[in-house]
Design a binder for this molecule. Structure first.
Ligand code: COA
Length: 440
């Protein structure tokens, strides 16, 4: 606590920055609910479309409302041809999350409500962007794979259509349900880093697309949504179930960070991980890739024994997504395709009761006690003062090469223009005699 009564809270841990009706997270008891509905119930019994309705309108839809929501999402699935053309122009090796961030920004350029931040317009934009993001992820993947994008199928659910646009095959009901439940499990998680990012952005009265583009950027990091991809890469590095013990021992000794393990809020267990574990078991068995599930279970047990860490949502989603045929670098975009529902719901909530969010900060000097830092005048910088002294004292062969000599000669003139004068000297060749005022 400092004199002003403020306290430095690293990572804003435990700081209450917003009120929400969207999500109730009980970290101590490992429980999570959206709008008063337990996450397990939603994942098993509701579709992603219903969850979108719950988050955007505050209630699960009745049959007529669900029809309306479903039709609105289907109607918004197409993306502009210009966006597909932009994918064609992007470097093939670009990380799909970077592409997605750009795609969201591009979609904002053609959205009819781009600059309308009213509640009704934000709902319309949330519906459109949720559908378009799914199409954009798949279209970009097809383009980078040298294939043409697949037009959305209007008779498939949001999850089923996603898999269809990605692979060109109509998924089985079981596979579509696995993706649908995953989207639901990732849809919302109160003030996580990416959601907080979106709220910060709209708190400036920026717009929904700008906020979501920022959210995608935050989600991309390996300590957030990028962890699932990192889990799969770890499992691939381990290779076989028999290697798990040796891997874990070495990783613990090397103080390695275990991706998909640990959580800021859940200390007893992440309820989403428990559900995804069951789904991963089933999907890995069905697809004949049970070894990834077995390896994940063993790794989980060893890490828990060694570090007391619990698996978070990204741990078992890795073998699940992999066994469903999702390319590893699309794991995080799939998470974004679910989280868009929560981001947009939070954006709408923030807009409905907005206050600008700049948190307080204090100047940090490593190792020093909290002090008021005195003010000092900015002294002019003398261009090239330092390089000259170092280059003229060196006697390496490189410094005697013609190129090096010419570089050395060119820095003799310290002044960017012949008429400029260094304040420390009256001569144009001041650098050799007077020290630069900012050098020490
Ligand atoms: N592997 C190894 N050690 C871990 C760890 C992990 N996954 N998670 C936490 N720890 C350790 C830290 O090394 C640290 O130890 P220390 O006090 O000896 O230095 C301690 O636990 C606290 O770590 P910290 O990062 O401050 O905890 P946090 O509560 O802020 O971290 C996460 C939460 C999610 C960032 C962290 O658990 C993590 O990095 N997990 C892996 C990334 C991940 O799965 N992210 C997705 C989250 S949904």
């Amino acid at each position: 606590m400092d004199k002003e009564g403020t306290q430095l809270i690293r990572g804003l841990e435990g700081v209450v920055a917003a009120e929400t009706k969207l999500c109730d997270l009980d970290g101590r008891n490992g429980r999570l609910a959206y709008g008063g509905y337990d996450i397990e119930d939603l994942a098993r019994r509701a579709s992603f479309e219903e969850v979108c309705h719950l988050l955007w309108y505050g209630e699960l839809p009745n049959a007529a409302q669900l029809d309306k929501m479903t039709l609105a999402l289907i109607a918004a699935r197409e993306i502009p041809a210009d966006l597909v053309q932009a994918f064609r122009l992007m470097p093939k090796a670009t990380d799909p999350m970077r592409v997605l961030q750009a795609a969201v920004a591009i979609l904002g350029m053609s959205d009819p409500d781009t600059t309308d931040n009213s509640h009704a317009a934000n709902i319309r934009k949330a519906i459109r962007l949720t559908s378009q993001m799914a199409t954009a992820i798949c279209a970009h993947h097809r383009v980078r794979s040298g294939e043409d994008p697949i037009r959305p199928a209007s008779d498939l659910s949001h999850a089923g259509n996603f898999l269809y646009m990605l692979t060109g095959k109509r998924p089985s009901g079981v596979v579509a349900k696995a993706i649908d439940a995953s989207l639901t499990l990732y849809a919302e998680h109160e003030l996580n880093a990416s959601t907080f990012t979106t709220r910060c952005i709209v708190s400036t009265q920026s717009d929904l697309h700008s906020a979501v583009a920022g959210g995608v950027g935050a989600l991309k990091g390996p300590l957030h949504g990028g962890a699932g991809e990192a889990v799969m890469r770890t499992l691939m590095e381990i290779g076989e179930v028999a290697n798990v013990n040796a891997f874990t021992e070495k990783a613990v000794a090397d103080k390695r960070r275990f991706m998909g393990m640990g959580h800021r809020v859940y200390k007893a267990g992440d309820p989403r991980a428990t559900i995804l574990k069951g789904m991963a078991e089933e999907a890995c068995r069905q697809s004949g890739q049970f070894k990834w599930y077995e390896m994940a279970v063993k790794l989980h047990a060893r890490i828990n024994e060694a570090k007391k860490l619990i698996p978070n949502v990204d741990f078992y989603s890795a073998p699940l997504f992999y066994s469903l045929g999702i390319p590893v670098d699309l794991f995080t975009p799939v998470i974004a395709a679910g989280r868009i529902a929560g981001w947009t719901a939070n954006i709408i909530e923030q807009y409905d009761d907005n206050r600008l969010i700049p948190p307080a900060r204090r100047l940090h000097r490593p190792g020093a006690p909290r002090v008021r830092v005195g003010r000092q005048a900015v002294r002019p910088l003398c261009p090239r003062a330092s390089p000259r002294s170092s280059s003229t004292t060196t006697s390496s062969p490189a410094s005697r090469s013609p190129a090096r000599k010419s570089a050395s000669r060119s820095i003799r003139c310290c002044s960017p223009t012949p008429t400029a004068r260094c304040p420390g000297s009256s001569s144009r060749r001041w650098a050799s005699r007077a020290p630069c005022p900012r050098a020490s």
